[in-house]
Ligand binder design. Sequence first.
Ligand code: NZQ
Ligand code: ZN
Length: 388
Amino acid sequence: MQGNFTYHNPTRLHFGEDAMQHLAGELKHYGPTVMLSYGGGSIKKNGIYDAVVAALKEAGKTVIEDAGVMPNPTYEKVQEGCRLVREHKVDLILAVGGGSTIDYAKAVSASAWCEEDAWEKYWVKQGWPTCPVVPIGAVLTMVGTGSEMNGGSVITNRKAGFKLGKVFGPDLYPQFTILNPRFTMTVPQYQMVAGFFDIMSHLMEQYFAGTADCTTDYLNEGLMRSLVHSTRIAARNPQDYEARANIMWTATWALNTLLKCGKGGDWEVHQIGHAIGLVTDATHGMTLATVSLPYYRLVMHDGLHQFVRFATHVWGVRPEGKTDEQVAEEGLKCLEAWMQEIGVVMHSRELGVTEENLQAVADAVLIFPVGYRTLTRDEVISILRQSM
Ligand code: NZQ
Ligand code: ZN
């Protein structure tokens, strides 16, 4: 185990088909005014909205409606939410949706009473809230990001020219989250599969770092194996409850800070993915899928021991009679075959990356010196070209 760490996660999870019965009880811990934040309306079609409103009524809350949180939420929308919080003196933000809605709720929570420029303070300078924050609760409807049990808040600011993540502290984790796998059954196949790859990417971003023999890596491998198994089932039959439930639970543990204990982390695939998302507004998980293989094939030689371990522990590659490079490459081939099997987008040109906007994407990529290799700009361009 590397370094020192403190592990604390305050989010109370209610998991399972009957999880919603806990919502009214959770709401009772907060003041009378609840801002109900949600996306483009899917919750009105699948009945989740009605169930949430019934619990809000049962708990005697005044509800402030805050609809229209878009995928890849924008800073403009965050400012709109902040105005609502101030105007109605909101006591709790209840985010009902996927990662975008929950990330947005965290951004509003930290920014509503902030007297400085919140974009500069949190996302550019990575500062911490010094103002009161509004507590958040969540009802998760789409699986992938892990936002239901972490402090991550990824916001797109087109004026500033960046899509940036800020990882807030435990005050901004959802205080509670309702996780009902049935709620995810209406997610369209494309979004569902993008979420599957997002989970895998979170696992790999944390796995491909460091050299220590670390318990955390064994936990990570267990989650990867479960994910591969259950996503193969769910991609063929999205209505398979057991597979969807396993995937939901895996996603939460994939990015709730457990897997970074005693480890570093990489996160360069996410930086490239965010830049593609900024320029094309493509679905987050698909942006990651298109750049992962070119990226890992490049850095494989710098972190060879871990790529060999990935191949043998996660994919069951037999190492006998092969060089380390051959074993590592076979592991990546297994990853590629799984991606094709579940049906992710393999080429970024399908997401809108072109020779014309390639430089703009590269300009928006933050390069972190933390993985097995610190990329040069030319390497970023080369990864993007190969991803097309
Ligand atoms: O807007 P609605 O109508 O809700 O539709 C959404 C949206 O169009 C739809 N959807 C969600 N639940 C549904 C459903 N449709 C039918 N039935 C349901 N039950 O799915 C679409 C995508 O939703 P979204 O919330 O955008 O997806 P996701 O959960 O993948 O979130 C993506 C955002 O999270 C950020 C990404 O960058 C992106 O902005 N991330 C957040 C992280 C974190 N907080 O730690 C880490 C991730 O790496 C990621 O960067
Ligand atoms: Zn992600």
